[in-house]
Design a protein around this ligand. Structure first.
Ligand SMILES: Cc1cc2nc3c(=O)[nH]c(=O)nc-3n(C[C@H](O)[C@H](O)[C@H](O)COP(=O)(O)OP(=O)(O)OC[C@H]3O[C@@H](n4cnc5c(N)ncnc54)[C@H](O)[C@@H]3O)c2cc1C
Length: 350
């Protein structure tokens, strides 16, 4: 088996774990043969600022990239067998990594795949959907490390409708399923038909959509040790021009309210608020934040984005501690003014 130790700036720096947390580097070195497959590379002491859209965070004891299902399975089962904590990283677009970094191994998932499947395999969906609806459907197998933008581009190029709402959301399909990412009242879970998981025993199993208990920014993956390997989604044949124009419209809207990529950010910091009346729409957290004066607030180098009160940004040099302090101050303001307790959408990884 070929193993590659990548000599980058980060890998050559001799690093030890931040004070106050365990250092698994030696254990990882001992278990490398269990963890690494032919397609994976390892970096010790990787700077997590380089791997997240927030551009914040300390070092990971080790970081590997995998680009095949076998590589992902081997990395996860190897880490588990060696007793090494691991963290699955998608696009790093919904994360606030702690200044102490990540103990154990970060497994960056680059398993990309988009394959059109034979629709006859899905006849069993009748009568949950009509025969007519099934005939208009196109089923795609998506590797969990595929970027959402790649799925949207594929849909545009092949005149498939149904996933336009994902346009402009960064990150991978795996990360999107984990948090049921979405917009305009729709979530990625609405598209999922079935999926392959790596379960808690590191075996691969198939599950139907119901398994995930999709809800607003939630899926069952948040409460189990299961990892998404791939998923089958259902789109419909559409009209190329209409699909492309809807995607362009959404991307243009996003450019107007989102910061440019060189500014650190992890999207909406807080979840939208559950209304008191049943079946009413969620109220944007940004609405409360704006009225509470969030846009004028900053702490250290972390600040609220001037065009979006629910975006905390890192224009450069912000620490995790500063973001947490700012977020706590924002929550207090909204609680004080409206009696509403905001809940974080961005995941603090420590
Ligand atoms: C500018 C900007 C705009 C955004 N707009 C939106 C929006 O409109 N709607 C929205 O919902 N989100 C939005 N986000 C947040 C983010 O893009 C999404 O939540 C995205 O789906 C996260 O995917 P990721 O691959 O980056 O996951 P990561 O941030 O890498 O990880 C998130 C979580 O998913 C887990 N995970 C990753 N892959 C897997 C896997 N294969 N199996 C199991 N668990 C896995 C990770 O371990 C982690 O716990 C935005 C972010 C930014 C920066």
């Amino acid at each position: 088996m070929q193993r590659t130790a990548v000599m980058t700036t980060t890998s050559t720096i001799t690093t030890s774990a931040a004070p106050g947390r365990a250092d698994y580097s030696q254990l990882i070195k001992n278990g490398e043969s269990l963890i690494l497959s032919d397609d994976s590379k390892i970096i010790y002491g990787a700077d997590m600022r380089e791997h997240t859209t927030f551009m914040i965070g300390g070092r990971a004891d080790a970081y590997i990239e995998v680009s095949s299902p076998e590589g992902l399975i081997q990395a996860v089962s190897g880490a588990r067998a060696s007793g090494i904590p691991y963290f699955i990283l998608g696009g790093g677009s919904n994360l606030l990594i702690d200044d102490k970094g990540i103990a154990g191994i970060v497994i960056k998932n680059r398993y990309k795949n988009i394959t059109v499947l034979d629709p006859q395999n899905f006849d069993y969906l009748i009568p949950a959907i009509s025969r007519e609806e099934l005939e208009k459907s196109v089923f795609l197998l998506i590797g969990s490390g595929t970027k959402l933008s790649e799925v949207v581009n594929f849909a545009c190029d092949n005149a498939l409708t149904g996933c336009e709402f994902l346009a402009g959301i960064p990150g991978t399909f795996g990360g999107a399923v984990y948090g049921n990412a979405g917009a305009y009242g729709k979530g990625v879970g609405d598209l999922v038909v079935m999926a392959k998981l790596i379960d808690a025993a590191s075996a691969v199993c198939c599950v139907e959509r119901d398994f995930f208990n999709f809800n607003y920014r939630a899926s069952r993956l948040k409460t189990t040790k299961d990892l998404l390997l791939s998923a089958v989604i259902r789109l419909r044949r559409g009209e190329e021009k209409a699909v492309k124009s809807e995607v362009d419209k959404i991307i243009t809207e996003r450019h107007l309210k989102h910061p440019p990529e060189y500014i650190g950010c992890a999207g909406s910091y807080f979840k939208n608020v559950t209304p008191v009346t049943p079946n009413a729409r969620r109220i944007a957290a940004g609405y409360f934040l704006e009225l509470a004066g969030a846009k004028d607030m900053k702490y250290g180098c972390a600040e609220v984005y001037s065009k979006h009160a629910n975006f905390i940004i890192n224009p450069g040099g912000a620490s995790c501690a500063e973001v947490l302090r700012l977020a706590a101050a924002l929550k207090s303001k909204v609680l004080e003014k409206f009696g509403v307790m905001l809940e974080e959408e961005v995941l603090h990884v420590k």
